[in-house]
Design a protein around this ligand. Structure first.
Ligand SMILES: [Zn+2]
Ligand SMILES: [Zn+2]
Length: 118
């Protein structure tokens, strides 16, 4: 599953911006930048497991610009790399991860069974 279009749009709910995505299965969804940043998959944000020992990062003070997207670029054919206003740019969002963060009404309410494409 890959997005065929990714663009930024104003987000009325959070008064910020959101990522609007169209997927190759026809799904149209969106994810607020706040959600995107809060689910940054990099080791510094999420922690990592090394030799079965989990490392949990210490809570970081919120810097200005944390939820401001300053750049985005496709990484290979599998992920989106984004940089943020506080200088953070190590998060790579795979398409799968992006899709799981979809906040459209259908995904949030869970009324649509995610169809697994074989
Ligand atoms: Zn959705
Ligand atoms: Zn991160």
């Amino acid at each position: 599953m890959i997005p065929t279009q990714i663009k930024f749009a104003p987000d009325e709910k959070t008064k910020g911006e959101q990522l609007a995505m169209t997927w190759d299965d026809g799904h149209r969804g969106f994810t607020s930048l706040r959600t995107l940043r809060d689910h940054c998959p990099c080791a510094g944000c999420k922690g990592e497991t090394i030799l079965l020992k989990s490392y949990t990062p210490l809570p970081q003070p919120e810097l200005p610009g944390k939820y401001k997207l300053t750049g985005a670029h496709q990484v290979g054919s599998y992920a989106l790399g984004v940089s943020w206003g506080d200088g953070h740019a190590t998060g790579l969002y795979t398409w799968e991860h992006l899709r799981s963060l979809c906040e459209c009404d259908l995904c949030i309410s869970g009324t649509v069974e995610q169809q697994v494409q074989q």
